[in-house]
Design a protein around this ligand. Structure first.
Ligand SMILES: O=P(O)(O)OC[C@H]1O[C@H](OP(=O)(O)OP(=O)(O)O)[C@H](O)[C@@H]1O
Ligand SMILES: O=c1cc[nH]c(=O)[nH]1
Ligand SMILES: [Mg+2]
Length: 208
């Protein structure tokens, strides 16, 4: 399985700011989108393009166009919404497929409450957005439902990932590629990533 840790100074700097305990909602939101933007740049490096000829200022010129029904971004509610603007800054025409899942606080199992996928999803690359990959339960449930819908090419962008979740993904879906700013140390007894960011959903939405 491919895990791409994006080791760019801007990403490392912004991730360091995100880890601060007393960050305001506004700053956490802004930084999440900024890191998402940079991770998107890396995650889309090999998108297929085709040559087209356009009218340039000095006559016809051959340029590159991203091909056809290329991708859909898949924010996982709620916290994935905190990365969506940043990703759409980079890919403004992307179709958005929304998946609603929350983690049961006791069992840590994902609970699904909403799904609305883009049309022709089987022809698109799916780019999953979630700030946190912890136990991996939420990501596995999302990949399962995308594959059931016919999706063959799936990637995920996470601000922070835990080794436990990556191991689970490797066992169940080794074809899924991960792009993250950091693989952190481990999970605590409540399933939170250490050193991590805390509860990303609460920080992005200002709840708590
Ligand atoms: O890898 P896992 O152990 O499944 O945990 C990761 C999930 O937990 C968080 O969502 P949460 O359940 O807090 O929902 P929220 O986005 O609505 O806050 C996070 O945004 C991931 O979706
Ligand atoms: O560390 C974690 C783990 C799951 N969800 C979060 O928001 N943070
Ligand atoms: Mg949450």
């Amino acid at each position: 399985m491919a895990v791409h840790v994006v080791d760019h100074p801007l990403v490392r700097h912004k991730l360091g700011l995100l880890r601060q305990a007393n960050l305001s909602t506004k700053d956490f939101r802004a930084l999440s989108n900024e890191v998402a933007r940079l991770l998107t740049y890396e995650a889309t490096k090999d998108l297929l393009t085709e040559k087209v000829t356009i009218n340039g200022w000095a006559g016809p010129v051959e340029v590159d166009n991203i091909m056809g029904k290329t991708l859909t971004v898949v924010p996982i509610l709620r916290a994935g919404i905190g990365m969506l603007d940043g990703v759409l800054d980079m890919i403004p025409g992307a179709k958005v497929s929304v998946v609603g899942l929350f983690r049961n606080e006791e069992t840590l199992e994902p609970v699904q409450y909403y799904v609305k996928l883009a049309n022709k999803i089987e022809e698109r690359m799916a780019l999953i957005l979630d700030p946190m990959l912890a136990t991996g339960g939420t990501l596995l449930a999302t990949v399962d439902l995308l594959k059931e819908a016919g999706c063959k090419n799936i990637r995920g962008i996470f601000l922070v990932a835990a080794p436990e979740g990556l191991r689970k993904l490797e066992e169940r879906h080794p074809d899924v590629e991960v792009y993250t700013a950091s693989v952190d140390t481990c999970l605590n007894d409540d399933g939170y990533i250490l050193p991590g960011l805390g509860d990303a959903g609460d920080k992005i939405f200002g709840t708590k």
